[in-house]
Design a protein around this ligand. Structure first.
Ligand SMILES: *Cc1c(COP(=O)(O)O)cnc(C)c1O
Length: 454
């Protein structure tokens, strides 16, 4: 596999359709080809080193190049590369991982249904939610309420549960029975209120929607503790407790999509623990293997299991790779490393606070209207005029300019509209944080010059 950059780009343009990509535009421009990675750095086909401020796609929490995971995968492939869990079968890696997840997740969770991705896990949860109410003799309770700009994956159900307008515009989505309410985005929607007031107001949109639909039709509410792909929207502290209160008042299930927040990102094992609420389902993926293997799952609480398991009857759902032995073995070793190296405590008490302290320094930059973050996740709102909270007219252009400067200067920082976001590996050292913040500032300067701010 020894080709030069041009050759890779030509083959790529001819044969490979990328996710979330304008195929034609990329074929013209040529993709960047990442050839290897080590620790918190990527290396491209031109020999450049790039600091990965996004952990790949929110997943490489323990960093790149961990030989322990490669060894475990090779060992498992030799011993049992594949077997399914259909037809009354099981194998040690899946059983052991299910046990470990029961130990690491909040106490109401003792069971998991394995998938290969977060999208599939949300599909699974949608089907389980509807079956739950079916089994309870309330099949009309089938509507799931989600939020604008939510991201729950890209399968038909995942994209429908998600609240991305551009995704809904293609392929006739959302599928029936899924509706969306306001996202708890204080910086944009809460200009006239304190964060605490606004958090309650945004949460009460849920009660209004339930009343509008009729509580007898509503099955569940789904939300990411922190919306990731929607722009790292961190809700005010008042939001989640009020959401939970409303779900309980109306007797609907609460689903936490922990695909990004799970496994330490916020400085707790799960985002619901950071915000103090107790979901009935959790979606897990990404950090469960640090991205070294594809794996996802639906954590099922005792309340739901009482019905799904307790009442019996076949659940007609599953995947060829559900509980894949190699993915499960890699997940077990990854979670053992997270525990052994105390990466969750480190994100809460050491490197997380250091990152947040340095990240906050960017608040003085003329382009930056708001700096927010928790643990090892953060965002910067780039605005035309910070005093009056005025966004740029063509929203998204400035973010892309900044993103391109970052890449050219050896940093991966992602843009969502004009919000710059980071979710670096939990293993970052202070010197890496310093490098990230210094590079971010330099790229903000370059962007400000390009757009004529400051
Ligand atoms: C990435 C993501 C998903 C989808 O996971 P895939 O593995 O890409 O299918 C779902 N929910 C959230 C919150 C995500 O960030």
């Amino acid at each position: 596999m020894n080709r030069n950059t041009r050759e890779w780009q030509e083959l790529d343009a001819r044969h490979y359709l990328h996710p979330f990509t304008d195929f034609r535009a990329l074929a013209k421009e040529g993709s960047r080809v990442i050839t290897r990675a080590e620790g918190v750095y990527l290396h491209d086909s031109e020999g450049r080193q790039i600091l990965d401020g996004m952990s790949g796609l929110w997943c490489v929490n323990i960093g790149y190049g961990r030989a322990e995971l490669a060894d475990v995968a090779a060992r498992q492939m030799r011993e049992l590369p594949y077997y399914n869990s259909f037809f009354k079968s099981a194998h040690p890696p899946a059983i052991e991982l299910a046990r470990v997840l029961a130990e690491l997740t909040p106490p109401q969770f003792k069971r998991v249904f394995f998938t290969n991705s977060g999208s599939e896990a949300n599909d699974t949860i949608l089907r389980m939610t509807r079956r739950y109410w079916d089994l309870l003799g309330q099949p009309q309770k089938s509507v799931v309420i989600s939020r604008i700009n939510a991201y729950h994956g890209s399968t038909m159900a995942g994209a429908s549960l998600g609240g991305m307008a551009a995704m809904h515009a293609q392929g006739g989505l959302p599928i029936p029975g899924i509706v969306h309410i306001e996202q708890p985005y204080w910086y944009e929607n809460g200009v006239d209120a304190t964060p605490a007031e606004y958090g309650l107001r945004a949460a009460r949109r849920l009660a209004e929607k339930i009343e509008e639909l009729g509580p007898e039709r509503v099955a569940a509410f789904i939300g990411e503790p922190i919306q990731g792909a929607g722009g790292v929207i961190i809700p005010p502290e008042t939001y989640w407790p009020e959401i939970q209160r409303i779900c309980r008042e109306y007797g609907i299930l609460l689903i936490a999509d922990e695909v990004i927040c799970g496994f330490g990102r916020t400085g707790r094992w799960f985002g619901c623990e950071h915000f103090g609420f107790e979901p009935d389902f959790m979606t897990i993926a990404k950090g469960i293997t640090s991205g070294y293997q594809p794996l996802g799952g639906a954590m099922v609480s005792d309340r739901v299991a009482e019905v799904l398991v307790g009442k019996g009857g076949e659940f007609h759902h599953g995947y060829t790779w559900s509980g894949h032995p190699v993915a499960c073995a890699v997940a077990l070793e990854n979670l053992a490393i997270v525990r052994r190296e105390k990466l969750v405590d480190r994100a809460r008490e050491d490197i997380g606070p250091y990152l947040q302290k340095r990240w906050q320094e960017l608040a003085d930059h003329p382009l930056v209207g708001e700096v927010r973050g928790v643990g090892m996740i953060g965002a910067l709102e780039l605005v035309a005029h910070k005093g009056s909270r005025t966004f740029f007219r063509n929203r998204g252009d400035t973010g892309l300019i900044c993103r391109d400067h970052c890449f050219a200067n050896g940093l991966v920082m992602r843009a969502v509209r004009d919000t710059m976001i980071i979710a670096p590996p939990l293993v970052m050292e202070r010197r890496h944080v310093d490098e990230l913040v210094e590079k971010a500032r330099k790229c903000l300067d370059l962007t400000a010059r390009d757009v004529g701010v400051g």
